[in-house]
Design a protein around this ligand. Structure first.
Ligand code: GRG
Length: 261
C-alpha cells in the first residue's frame, strides 16, 4: 500500500520540467547524461513530495492533480503524508547513490537540494503563503512567496545540472539566474492557468487561488502576461554566453511563455 502511494502521484504524467532542467543544464555544459539523471530523478521526487503535501486539506485542499484524484483522496491523509516524507527522504538516497559523480559533487548536491527545500526555500515560501491567505499582499510579498515556493526548486535543478557536468561558478551563476526568472515566470503562468485554464488540460483544479493574492488579481491578465514576457526575455538573456548550445534551454523558456498545461 505505501509503495503504491509513493508511485501514484510520482508516476502520473507530470511535465517533468524540473528534471528536464537538470538534464538540459548538464547537456549545455557537455556533461554526461548518466551523471545528471539521478539528480533529475531526485528533483522530481522532491517536487512530487511537495505537490502531495500542498494538496492536503490543511494546505491547498485540492481535489485534482496530474489529471487524477489527489493522493490523500485515494489513500487517506495519513498515508499520503507518509508517502510525501518517504519520497523526500528517498530523493537524498538517490543523490547519494549517484556513482557517476565524485563524492564532493554528491555532497554539494545534497546541500543545494536541502537548502532549496528548507525554511529559506519551498517550506519558507509555503509558510508565508499559508499565513497570507485572506490577507492583502503587495508585489514584493507575492514575489517572496513564489520565488521560494516555486523558484527555489528551479534554481536547485539548474545548479544540480551544473554540478553533474562539473561546470564552473560562472556557469552556475548564469544558469541559476536563468532558472530564477524562469521559475517566477512559470508561477505567473500557473496563476493565469488557475484563473482561466481548463482542468481537462492542466490536470488540476482551477480557481483554487480565488481567496489568495495572485499575479493575476494584482496586475490584471495583461499585466501578468507582460511580467511573463519580461521574465522569459531575462531568462533567455542569461543564456547568451552559451550561444547555440543553449537551444534546448531557450526552447524550455519559450514553452513556459506559451504553456496551456
Ligand atoms: C517538504 C518538499 C517539501 C515541501 C513542503 C508543501 C510545500 C512545502 C511547498 C509547496 C510547493 C509547491 C507545491 C509549489 C507550487 C509549485 C507549482 C507551480 C507546482 C505545479 O508544478 P507543475 O505544473 O506540476 O510543474 P507537474 O504536475 O507538471 O509536475
Amino acid at each position: 500500500m505505501i509503495h503504491e502511494a509513493l508511485r501514484y502521484t510520482l508516476l502520473l504524467p507530470g511535465k517533468r520540467l524540473r528534471g528536464i532542467l537538470v538534464l538540459a543544464a548538464c547537456d549545455l555544459l557537455r556533461g554526461k547524461r548518466d551523471s545528471a539523471l539521478p539528480f533529475a530523478c531526485a528533483v522530481e521526487m522532491v517536487h512530487t513530495s511537495s505537490l502531495i503535501l500542498d494538496d492536503l486539506p490543511s494546505q491547498d485542499n485540492a481535489t485534482l492533480r496530474r489529471g487524477r484524484e489527489v493522493l490523500h483522496k485515494v489513500v487517506g491523509e495519513a498515508t499520503a503524508t507518509l508517502a510525501a516524507v518517504a519520497l523526500l527522504t528517498r530523493a537524498f538516497g538517490v543523490i547519494q547513490g549517484n556513482r557517476a559523480v565524485r563524492d564532493k559533487v554528491r555532497n554539494e548536491a545534497v546541500e543545494v537540494l536541502s537548502l532549496a527545500i528548507g525554511t529559506d526555500g519551498l517550506i519558507g515560501g509555503q509558510v508565508v503563503d499559508l499565513e497570507s491567505t485572506g490577507r492583502e499582499l503587495d508585489l514584493d510579498g507575492l514575489e517572496y512567496i513564489h520565488s521560494h515556493k516555486t523558484g527555489a526548486l528551479f534554481i536547485a535543478a539548474a545548479e544540480l545540472g551544473v554540478l553533474a557536468a562539473g561546470g564552473n561558478n560562472r556557469d552556475r551563476e548564469a544558469l541559476a539566474l536563468y532558472a530564477k526568472n524562469l521559475g517566477l515566470a512559470f508561477q505567473i503562468t500557473d496563476d493565469l492557468l488557475d484563473y482561466s485554464g481548463d482542468p481537462g488540460v492542466t490536470g488540476k483544479d482551477a480557481g483554487l487561488d480565488r481567496e489568495k493574492t495572485t499575479f493575476v488579481n494584482l496586475c490584471g491578465i495583461d499585466g501578468a502576461r507582460q511580467l511573463v514576457d519580461d521574465l522569459i526575455d531575462a531568462s533567455v538573456g542569461s543564456l547568451l554566453p552559451f550561444g547555440k548550445r543553449s537551444a534546448l534551454l531557450q526552447a524550455l523558456a519559450e514553452h513556459v511563455r506559451r504553456r496551456d498545461r
